[in-house]
Ligand binder design. Structure first.
Ligand code: 9WO
Length: 228
């Protein structure tokens, strides 16, 4: 998969994407990441990327002409155009199903906004999907873009290695995970659930599934509702 990111801060993307699973996926060619500075597509001598909102209101809005120029240049940089995603709190909430949907696509273009967001004409005419990674506001779409990249990258076939499969984990069946423990079996009087030390694998599996159900009911009842 190829992922192009349009951002005013390409330097923000070094670090989190250079370690662990994403690092390996990039080294093995499973995922190719490219970062593009939107400001390089500003046309005036001040390299302006934002302007005041029509109708008033505080803050600044990213210019549709600059964004469109940046996007067209990026789309032309590969043989097939990518699926364009704008990260914003107004988007549909990212979940496991959407991550898997995106993970089968050959190419994504992620747009990380700043200021008060993009001119709506860009969202309407140039963006395929507006996505939120959670109901809170940040100062830009860069961290959400990294969240999306990591979630998608680990779903790519082979990204996790042979030992673990994303098909076996939480959310595939819509439930939270069971609690996990490791040695020591007792610490400061805090003990590990007896059944896990019993060696009775049938009982252990029953316990794990029960824990997943009760935790989901208690912490995320929305996941148990129909369609959820
Ligand atoms: C601020 C604002 C103020 C007045 C009127 C409209 C307004 N919209 C916004 C706004 O959405 N600001 C965003 C800041 C614009 C895009 C970059 N920023 C952002 C992205 N904050 N939080 C996100 C984000 C993206 C995906 N998932 C969670 C949060």
């Amino acid at each position: 998969m190829r992922v192009d990111v349009l951002t005013l801060f390409p330097e923000a993307f070094t670090g989190p994407l250079d370690v662990s699973i994403i690092k390996r996926a990039r080294e093995s060619g499973l995922i190719d990441l490219f970062f593009h500075d939107i400001r390089e597509h500003a046309s005036d001598r001040h390299r302006t990327v934002d302007d005041q909102p029509f109708g008033g209101g505080h803050g600044m809005v990213m210019k549709v002409d600059v964004l469109d120029a940046a996007l067209q240049a990026t789309q032309s940089a590969a043989e097939q155009p990518g699926y364009v995603i704008y990260l914003s709190p107004q988007g549909e909430l990212l979940n496991d199903a959407l991550v898997r949907e995106l993970a089968v696509l050959p190419r994504l273009v992620l747009v990380a906004g700043r200021y008060e967001g993009v001119d709506e004409r860009f969202a309407e005419h140039c963006v395929d999907r507006e996505i939120s990674v959670g109901d809170y506001v940040l100062t830009g779409g860069e961290l959400p873009a990294m969240v999306l990249i990591e979630a998608v990258a680990r779903q790519l076939p082979g990204a996790l290695g042979d030992a673990s499969s994303p098909l076996e984990e939480s959310f595939v069946d819509g439930l939270l995970e069971y609690p996990q423990y490791t040695r020591p079996a007792e610490y400061r009087g805090w003990s590990v659930p007896e059944v896990l030390l019993s060696g009775n694998h049938a009982e252990i599996e029953k316990w794990k599934q029960l824990q997943r159900l009760s935790r989901t009911r208690q912490r995320r009842p929305d996941l148990l509702e129909e369609g959820g």
